[in-house]
Design a protein around this ligand. Structure first.
Ligand code: GLU
Ligand code: ZN
Length: 318
């Protein structure tokens, strides 16, 4: 037998773990398809893993059946994920433990400020409850570092975004102590994402730029959580994509009736999404089967071709 014959094996890059993390508050539209596709392609181009996490921690906002539809839409577009799906609704014990650890380290505290007081503060919490030792039916806040002295404080969080470039936010002056568990006992998005990105060893996050304002909070939460558990803080790589907007300039969303992704048009959808992402797919790819399109897109993926604009109009039909 020819000993030179090489079996082509799929090599995986153990260092790259990406994810797509939709909330089941509606089905995927063009804007969510480009997020899913970009994070998938960035992972596959680097032979990384691509995980799927369903962010079902806010039951009142959920729309029945949307998880099933999202999974079908991803499969129909050939976006196959690795391993088991992680459902955040199964993770309450982990969130509770994280909060308990933050509270025993005195980084998190109970807050019972009435809504009226919070409204009057205009968004940035003033730390009123830090020392109050509130017991009854509280929300829980994470204490952000305070500004001190001449040295740049720990409150300043910076990162280099793969698409948007350098991003800087001061947690003290721009955000303030923020909610990690709500008064209605629901866990906050920030907490659940930080805990789960760490749990799943996520290395790369590609998502919409509407979330870039949350990223410093998530970086800081992960730093707090890892320092309490004695782990090394993870260094995540972020890429925030422009938002897809409609003709009125609004971000595509369920609320403003973004068109559903048309079934049977998967090849065209992928082609349009690639075009939108600046990847310049050849015309003749438009009518090819999805796997041909994805193979081309994985080989030719270049994140630097994505526009740095904050928003880009969606194609006319979407
Ligand atoms: N679940 C969030 C959403 O659907 C996205 C979370 C994330 O990518 O960090 O908007
Ligand atoms: Zn308070």
């Amino acid at each position: 037998m020819g000993s030179k014959h090489l079996v082509k094996t799929a090599m995986t890059n153990a260092k790259y773990i990406g994810r797509f993390a939709p909330s089941p508050t509606g089905t995927l539209h063009f804007g969510s398809l480009v997020c899913a596709l970009a994070s998938f392609l960035d992972a596959r181009h680097q032979s990384g893993r691509w995980l799927l996490r369903i962010e079902d921690i806010d039951p009142p906002r959920e729309i029945a059946g949307s998880t099933t539809t999202i999974l079908r839409q991803l499969s129909d577009h050939g976006l196959s994920w690795d391993g088991e799906i992680l459902y955040q609704s199964t993770r309450t014990e982990a969130y509770r433990e994280a909060i308990a650890a933050l509270q025993s380290a005195d980084i998190a505290y109970n807050c019972d400020c009435p809504r009226q007081r919070l409204t009057a503060l205009g968004g940035i919490y003033d730390g009123h409850c830090r020392q109050r030792k509130v017991i009854e039916k509280p929300a829980i806040r994470l204490q952000v570092p305070t500004e001190s002295g001449a040295r740049e404080s720990e409150a300043t969080i910076r990162f280099d975004d793969l698409i948007m470039g350098h991003y800087i936010q001061n947690l003290c002056s721009e955000i303030g102590d923020f909610i990690i568990q709500r008064r209605d006992l629901l866990f906050s998005y920030q907490l659940a994402v930080a805990v789960d990105d760490q749990f799943q060893n996520i290395s790369h996050i590609i998502r919409g730029v509407d979330l870039i304002y949350s990223t410093p909070r998530q970086i800081y939460l992960q730093k707090c959580l890892t320092s309490l558990s004695g782990d090394k803080p993870p260094t995540l790589t972020y890429g925030h994509l422009p938002m897809a907007i409609n003709a009125e300039g609004q971000k595509l969303s369920k609320q403003n009736h973004a068109a559903a992704l048309e079934v049977g048009k998967e090849s065209q959808n992928l082609w349009l999404a690639l075009q939108w992402l600046g990847q310049q797919p050849p015309d003749q790819l438009k009518n090819e089967p999805i796997n041909r399109i994805l193979d081309w897109a994985i080989d030719n993926w270049s994140i630097s071709r994505i526009s740095k604009q904050l928003s880009i109009p969606a194609p006319d039909q979407y």
